[in-house]
Design a protein around this ligand. Structure first.
Ligand SMILES: NC(=O)C1=CN([C@@H]2O[C@H](COP(=O)(O)OP(=O)(O)OC[C@H]3O[C@@H](n4cnc5c(N)ncnc54)[C@H](OP(=O)(O)O)[C@@H]3O)[C@@H](O)[C@H]2O)C=CC1
Ligand SMILES: O=C([O-])CC(=O)C(=O)O
Length: 274
């Protein structure tokens, strides 16, 4: 993230103005030290015109593949199906791509090599999870196991391919049902819009094939709940987070805040946490 425009500010572009993207755009517009919102990409400009016009400094609307021309940092906040279309042109230009649809990275991992070859970067925020700093640190030594259990309200899971393909009726559940148990890689395929956190955890730690996960549909919870247990040669730790859903029931409010915190760190004088 070294290229800056003449004013010295890092230019940020946002792909996707949904529950995460609009909050990041608003935060940038309100002011983050050393950063400026330069461009956005949306599927339907008319739908987002009122929001964009309401910003103090409305960004330019560009196609996905042109965001890297207008920004030093491209923040991906669209469905994972669009991940490649957003990240590839950005990292080819040596830009940094902040990826929230991190589940989609597993099938597009060559993008990491592409970024490396072109001086770009791919940055995965902690997002809706907790403690990736501790997992990163433990991974410098030896991590023996990482286990994660996710419980979501019914609305947070509806439409997931695993549920549809297996014809599972979750609408009439009265008690928690374990839907899935397996690796983070398998979970990302079955629940692409639900377990980005498991993939982020796996990339911070021991990888998507050794990170174990369970997914529960739980009519007794109102939040997206993630519990993680890590066993390492440096420490044993357990972490849990109960995310309040945003206007998108699959997405916790804290996800956008995590990206905003990451952006704040880009030019902050005091940085706390790894
Ligand atoms: N890493 C993490 O911890 C987390 C990651 N996520 C992931 O983050 C991503 C975004 O989540 P969220 O904001 O809640 O999702 P939303 O559905 O609220 O927003 C996605 C936005 O992307 C837009 N979009 C779709 N296609 C395109 C396109 N071709 N060009 C530009 N914009 C497009 C949609 O437009 P339209 O409104 O027209 O449909 C929508 O506004 C998802 O993949 C989600 O799974 C979510 C939570 C946690
Ligand atoms: O907990 C949340 O809010 C979102 C989530 O699980 C994910 O996308 O991985």
């Amino acid at each position: 993230m070294t290229e800056r425009k003449a004013s010295g500010e890092l230019r940020v572009a946002i792909a996707g103005l949904g529950s995460i993207g609009t909050k990041i755009a608003t935060a940038l517009d309100q002011g983050i030290e050393g950063l400026t919102l330069s461009a956005v990409a949306v599927r339907d400009p008319a739908k987002h015109q009122a929001f964009i016009s309401s910003l103090r400094r409305p960004p330019t609307i560009l196609p996905l593949d042109q965001l890297g021309e207008a920004a030093d940092i491209v923040v991906e906040c669209a469905p994972s199906s669009q991940l490649r279309a957003i990240v590839e042109p950005a990292v080819k230009r040596g830009r940094a791509a902040v990826v929230v649809s991190v589940g989609g990275l597993l099938d597009n991992f060559d993008l990491v090599d592409l970024a490396r070859a072109n001086g770009g970067r791919i940055i995965v925020p902690t997002g809706a999870l907790i403690g990736l700093d501790a997992v990163n640190a433990a991974a410098i030594g030896t991590i023996h196991s990482v286990k994660m259990v996710t419980r979501k309200p019914i609305d947070g899971l509806k439409g997931a391919p695993f549920i549809v393909q297996n014809n599972i009726d979750i609408d009439n559940l009265r008690e928690p049902l374990k839907l899935f148990e397996g690796t983070a890689r398998e979970a990302a395929k079955g629940f692409p819009a639900n377990v980005n956190v498991a993939v982020a955890l796996s990339l911070a730690g021991i990888g998507p094939d050794r990170t174990r996960m369970q997914v529960w549909a739980d009519p007794t919870v109102t939040r997206n709940v993630h519990r993680v247990d890590v066993e390492a040669d440096s420490a044993r730790f357990s972490m849990s987070i109960e995310n309040i859903p945003s206007e998108n029931p699959k997405t916790g409010i804290i996800t956008a805040l995590s990206v905003i915190a990451l952006l704040r760190k880009q030019r902050a004088t005091l940085c706390v946490g790894t």
